[in-house]
Design a protein around this ligand. Structure first.
Ligand code: HEM
Length: 244
């Protein structure tokens, strides 16, 4: 086992002692305490970075934001620290999710079905969709790339008196482009995690999902965990509903 995997496993064990996850009958454990802690830490510092970033980007358009952070100069001062904390927490999230986020052939097939997924055309996902689907993995890897770009360009802009002016100018553009990608991803992500896929949000609150949620959205993961076939479960449930 690599050092990163050992660090992650130890953190999971420690956090499992700090908090509890109750899994009732008909439910499955999806995200343990440590994962939930990391996810919400990432989310909080992302939103704080986004808000302070908006206020710096356009002080006039977003003039309601700076007062929330104690005025313009304080907002400027806080932004890089929020960004740094976002990157640090995401680094641990990266270690936590690196394995299930590995890109596979099935994810390429999932991407080809994107339109059908967005319009809810398929009742249940195909058997090759594991713990995360292709869209979730794409979002994850977009954050990895963006976080690296944010960090490099952010540090260059932070210490702008020590780097050539053209480097700072390029950094501004790259930083803002990465922010746009992240903003778009964030909006889609929140929609997917709440309104579009009911039953998903609770997985990041109490850590569990229902079995029907699992066989609907992640049949491969459901089979690996329970040994049961998602489509059979779906057909059985359909018959049960029809008989009522
Ligand atoms: C603030 C609103 C947010 C909500 C309601 C939300 C909700 C969720 C939920 C429910 C999941 C679990 C999905 C599953 O188990 O299938 C999840 C996963 C994830 N979240 Fe969030 N999240 C939010 C913010 C963020 C932010 C700000 C980031 C990073 C910038 C982020 C990054 C991720 C990633 C990478 C995953 C795993 C892949 C995925 O499900 O897309 N989330 N989120």
């Amino acid at each position: 086992m690599s050092t990163a995997a050992k660090v992650d496993e130890r953190a999971r064990d420690e956090f499992a002692r700090l908090g509890t996850t109750r899994v009732h009958r008909g439910e499955l454990l999806r995200h343990p305490v440590y994962t939930r802690f990391l996810h919400w830490s990432v989310a909080i510092f992302f939103v704080l970075s986004l808000l302070t970033g908006f206020a710096i980007y356009s002080p006039w358009l977003f003039r309601w934001i700076a007062p929330l952070f104690g005025g313009g100069p304080r907002t400027r001062l806080l932004h890089p620290w929020f960004g740094l904390l976002f990157t640090i927490f995401f680094f641990f999230q990266f270690l936590n999710w690196m394995a299930p986020m590995a890109w596979q052939e099935a994810d390429r097939r999932w991407m080809r079905r994107l339109r059908r997924y967005a319009t809810n055309e398929n009742r249940i996902e195909t058997e090759d969709v594991g713990f995360f689907n292709g869209g979730q993995k794409l979002y994850f890897w977009a954050i990895v790339v963006s976080a690296i770009l944010f960090l490099i360009t952010g540090v260059l802009m932070w210490f702008d008196d020590q780097v050539p002016r053209w480097v700072v100018a390029v950094s501004y553009v790259v930083h803002d482009l990465a922010a746009l990608v992240m903003l778009a991803g964030f909006i889609i992500h929140v929609y997917e995690g709440t309104a579009h896929q009911p039953g998903t949000f609770r997985s990041m609150i109490d850590g569990t999902v229902t079995e029907p949620w699992a066989w609907t959205h992640h049949p491969g993961w459901y089979r690996a965990l329970t040994g049961r076939d998602a489509r059979e479960e779906y057909e059985r449930e359909k018959r049960r509903q029809e008989e009522r």
